[in-house]
Design a protein around this ligand. Structure first.
Ligand SMILES: [Zn+2]
Length: 293
């Protein structure tokens, strides 16, 4: 009886977390493809998003988003096929985290060339996950894919949410695809695992210095809308305010536990995952200001 009651409570908590964590609401379909411009689309499956670019000479896909769900990848390919019969020439990884890039084999079987940052390939070769396609082509600072009249630039803007994020810029369309390091009106994930401070701030400045109008994120945030430079500035301000508050707490000997309980940033209380992940975000800055790592 007791364990059943506990299980019931845990199930209720899990449901509450899912409901509060979903920016699209309970009625969102399991997957969706949205046209952004004549040649650029967003494929969303569950809580992950990928961008694909269609040209007369072929398709450039990005993250397969198929971790532990192979049907997400076959659905992705079916959705591409609904808008173009052209060969899928490339799959570009945003960074090496499994939830974005696992499951790419069906793309490989169609002959796609896999592209990622050099450090992403190095990490994936060490990890040897059975459901991850190892990149064929590696990028250092930048790389350009020109296909069928479309130019896609891949930029490494330094270390942030990982050491191998590639920002994907479509200069003609003024569109940017960024994954995980620039959440929109949403606090950072948990304790910012695999993240680099203070490099992350420089990385945001480098994104702000690029020429673009709209940003496609790797997760639907804030109702699923695209981001703007104001969103990047707001995120940088959030991280600055968080950093200042934690630095002060660290100097008063409050890191880790007291800081994680006491610090609030009410001006961000309406942001996604505020209640869920603010303590983790504080923990990460406590590591930085209280310990130096
Ligand atoms: Zn990630």
């Amino acid at each position: 009886m007791r364990s059943r009651a506990v299980h019931g409570v845990l199930a209720a908590v899990a449901l509450a977390v899912v409901a509060s964590a979903s920016p699209l609401g309970a009625q969102a379909p399991p997957f969706e493809t949205r046209k952004v411009t004549d040649n650029v689309y967003i494929f969303r499956f569950g809580g992950h998003q990928s961008m694909f670019v269609v040209t007369p000479d072929g398709v450039i896909a990005t993250d397969p988003i198929g971790y532990l769900r192979p049907h997400a990848v076959t659905t992705y390919i079916d959705e591409i096929r609904k808008v173009s019969p052209a060969p899928i020439r490339y799959v570009v990884y945003s960074h090496h985290h499994y939830d974005h890039i696992a499951g790419g084999k069906p793309f490989k079987d169609l002959g796609a060339t896999f592209v990622a940052h050099r450090m992403a390939k190095m990490r994936l070769e060490a990890l040897k996950h059975p459901d991850v396609v190892i990149p064929d082509v590696v990028v250092d600072a930048q790389h350009v894919i020109e296909l069928g009249g479309t130019r896609l630039e891949l930029h490494h803007v330094g270390r942030n949410h990982s050491d191998n994020s590639l920002v994907m810029l479509l200069p003609k369309e003024k569109l940017l695809f960024t994954v995980d390091f620039i959440p929109i009106q949403t606090v950072q994930f948990r304790d910012m695992p695999d993240g680099y401070l203070p490099d992350w701030f420089d990385s945001l400045d480098r994104v702000l210095a690029m020429d673009w109008d709209r940003m496609i994120p790797g997760h639907p945030y804030a109702g699923g809308r695209l981001g703007t430079k104001d969103d990047v500035r707001a995120l940088k301000q959030y991280m600055t305010d968080l950093s200042d508050a934690v630095r002060q707490a660290a100097n008063q000997g409050k890191c880790f536990d007291a800081a994680m309980k006491e610090i609030t940033l009410p001006q961000y209380a309406t942001w996604g995952n505020y209640g869920l992940f603010l303590p983790g975000n504080i923990q990460r800055f406590c590591e930085y200001w209280g310990r130096g790592y």
